[in-house]
Design a protein around this ligand. Sequence first.
Ligand SMILES: Nc1ncnc2c1ncn2[C@@H]1O[C@H](COP(=O)(O)OP(=O)(O)OP(=O)(O)O)[C@@H](O)[C@H]1O
Ligand SMILES: [Mg+2]
Length: 585
Amino acid sequence: MFNTIPKGPLSFGLYITKFHKKWALMALISVFIATGFDRSSVIILKNLTDSITMDTIVMGDVWFWAIAYPLVLLAAHLFWRSSGFIGMRWFMNFRTSSYQALYNYITLHSKDFFSSRFAGALTNKMSNAVDGTESIFETILWQFIPLFIGLIWYVIIAWNESYLLGLIIAVWATIFVTLNMWFAKKLQPRSYKSAEAVSNLKGRIVDSLANISLVHEYANVKGERNYILRYIHKHREAGLLQWSLSEWILTVNGILIFLFVLLMVGTSVSLLQSGAISVGSVVMVIAIVSNLYGQFLFIGQEMRDTAKYYGQAKEGLHEILHEHTITDAPNAKKADINKGEIKIDSIDFQYENKKIFTNFSLHIPAGQKVGFVGRSGAGKTTFVSLLLRHFEVNQGNILLDGHNISQITLHSLRRAIAFVPQDTSLFHRSIRENIRYSNEHATDEAVILAAQRSEASEFIESLPHGYDTLVGERGVKLSGGQRQRIAIARAFLKDAPIVILDEATSSLDSQSEHAIQDSIEKLMKHRTVIAIAHRLSTLKKMDRIVVIADGKVIEDGLPDELLKKPNGVFKNMWDHQVNGFIIDD
Ligand SMILES: Nc1ncnc2c1ncn2[C@@H]1O[C@H](COP(=O)(O)OP(=O)(O)OP(=O)(O)O)[C@@H](O)[C@H]1O
Ligand SMILES: [Mg+2]
C-alpha cells in the first residue's frame, strides 16, 4: 500500500479515496437524492401558489400542496443527514489513510532530507496536506456537487416555464463559474506562498523553543524575538496578499449576483405581464433566485477557501513527497550478515560541495577491533554514515561479509550494525522502551542485563520510577553520560556482528569511563568493532589503528607499532595529547 503517492491535491485525494470507495459512493448518492428533493421544493411552491390564486380555489388541492411542501423539505433533510453520517466515515477514514500514507512515506526519507528541514515545519506540512485535501473533498461533496446538479435542475425547471428564464440561469451560471475558477487559479499561488510562510514561521518557532536554554544562556531573548518577528511579518504580508484578492473576488461576485437577481425578477414580471406565466411561476422564480443568491454568495467564499486549502495541500505534499534518495535496490536481497567483515573498495564521497573521501579503501577482517583516529572534521562520523547507508557513495563499493550494501535491504544492513552515536538521542518514552528499541523481542530481564553490563543499572534504579522513568524530549532529563550508557545498553541488546562506537564514552568522567571500559570490552568480544575516539588512551587495546586525513588513510597498524614510528602522525598525536585527549595544533 501507498507505494506511489500522487503529488497533486486532487489526485492525492482520489488516490486515498480509492481505499474507501464504498463510503464515497454512498455519500455521493445521498447527496444526489438530497439535492433532488431540495431543489424540487420550488415546484411545489409554485403549485401551492397557483392553487391559492385560482379564480375558484379548490381547498383539497391547496391542502395537498401545503402538506407536500414540508414533506419534500423533510425528505431532503433526511438525505442530507444520511450523507453526513456516511460522509463522516469517508472523511475520517480519509484522514486515517492520509496520515498513515504520509507518515510512512516520510519515515523512508534519508538523513539528508531531515538535516535540511525543520521537524516542526514537516509536521505542519503533513497536517496541511491532510486537512487541505480533506476540506477540498468535503467542499466538493457538500457544496460544489449540489450546486452543480441543482443548477442543471433549476435550468430545466425554469426552461419549462419560459426558455428565456432557463437561458438566463444557464448563461449567467457559466459566466459566474468560469470567472470564479479563473479567480481561484490566480489565488492559488498566493495561497501556496501564504501556506509556505505559515510553515516556515511554525518551523522556526519550534526550532527556537527547542533551543530555548541556549537563548536564555546567551541572554538573547530580545534577539530571538526579533528573529521570529521577521517571519511573523513575512507571514502577515503573504496573508494580506492572499486575502486582498479574495476580497476583490467577493466584491465582483456580489455585483454579478445583483445583476442576476435584477434580470431574473424583471424578466419573470414582464412575462407575467404578457400573460406568458402564472403568479405561481413568478413566486417559483423568486424562490429559485433567492436560493441561488445565497448559494452563489457562499460559493464565492467556498472557492476562496478551496484555493487556500489547495495551496496548503500542494505545498505540504510537494515538500513531503520528494523522491526517496536512499531506498532498497529493486531486487535487494535480505543478507545474512553474521561475521562482520567490512571491505571499503575505493570509494569517493562528497557532501553537496565538500569532498570527504577520494579513492578511499580499507579492509577490516571479521572480528577485528579498529580504532579510528583523525582530527575533528576529518570525516570519521561521515564514514559511519556511509557504512549505515545514510548517504550513498559517489563511487566505489562498500561490502559487508561480501555483500554490496547498496544491493541488500536497508533493514538487513542496519540490523547488522550496533551503533553508539556521538550524540545519543532518546525518545520521550520510558528508559525500558528506550533500551528495548534495538530489539523489540527482548524480555525485561534482558533489558536489565544490558543495563547492568553498560553500568547504567545503578543510576536507572535510583530514578523515581526506575526503568519506567520518562526521559524528556530527546532525553533532556538525563545527563550526557547517562544517555551514553543507555545507548551502550541498547547496543548490547542488539547483539549485532558489527559494533560502531563514535565517541561512545566522551561524556563520561574518567572514573565512569574506566568502569565502563570493561563492559565495552565485553560488548566488543567476538564482534567487528570500529571505535572512534579523541581520547586516544581508550584505543590502546585495539587490534589496529587507522588514522585518516584529507579523505585518505595516512597511517594504519598496531597501536604499539605506530607509537614507535618516529615522526608518525599517531605518535605525534599521542605525544601531544593532554590527559588522553588530542590537542588541535
Ligand atoms: N550533512 C552534512 N552536509 C554537509 N556537510 C557535512 C554534513 N555532515 C558533515 N559535514 C561536513 O563533513 C566534514 C566531516 O564531518 P564529520 O562529522 O564526518 O567529522 P568527524 O571526523 O566525525 O569530526 P568530529 O571528530 O568533530 O566528530 C565536516 O567538515 C562537516 O562540516
Ligand atoms: Mg564525528
